[in-house]
Design a protein around this ligand. Sequence first.
Ligand code: GRF
Length: 195
Amino acid sequence: MAAIRLGVLGSGTGSNFQAIAAAIAAGTLDAEIALVLSDVATAGILTHARSLGLPAEHVAPGAFRSKFAPAVEEAVARTLMEAGVDYVVLAGFMRMVKAPLLTAFPRRILNIHPSLLPAFPGLEAWRQALEAGAAETGCTVHFVDAGMDTGAVIDQRRVPVRPDDTPETLHARIQAAEHELYPAVLRELARPAGN
Ligand code: GRF
């Protein structure tokens, strides 16, 4: 049995999910992906998960744009608990997480953000870094709380900003760093206490 069971939530391509799944397949991360949920029916993350034979479901989000409808959030929390999930991994999930999901998994919901938080929270953080003239940026894995990108930082990777960077080239290098950072953080969480 794997050391930790993960429930993954994503809205997009799912490249971070793929990096985590690849680390598990390579035997460098002692984890199991119990299920993948997405608020976007056509999201690449669901396609990738299904191609790996993992349970992957679309969750109709309800009437709100920035969060799940309360009844939906409650059903998602229940589904994740019933799946025996230890950690909820947000991987490009574009909605705010609220109670009861937050309260069901205290300090057990993780997110990855494309900046060195607390710098540049919110959308398109790589573009924010470029427009601010930052010399470096990076990515952060943090615990999720009720705020936007405000939870306790677990670990970060630095990425230098180059003079000729465009938003696209900078974002690509940050994503490459993300694909190392997320599995590394999960590896630490999967490590037996005292090792
Ligand atoms: C990542 O850049 C992550 O930092 C942000 O959303 C993006 C998700 O990309 N939260 P992917 O779906 O994992 O490819």
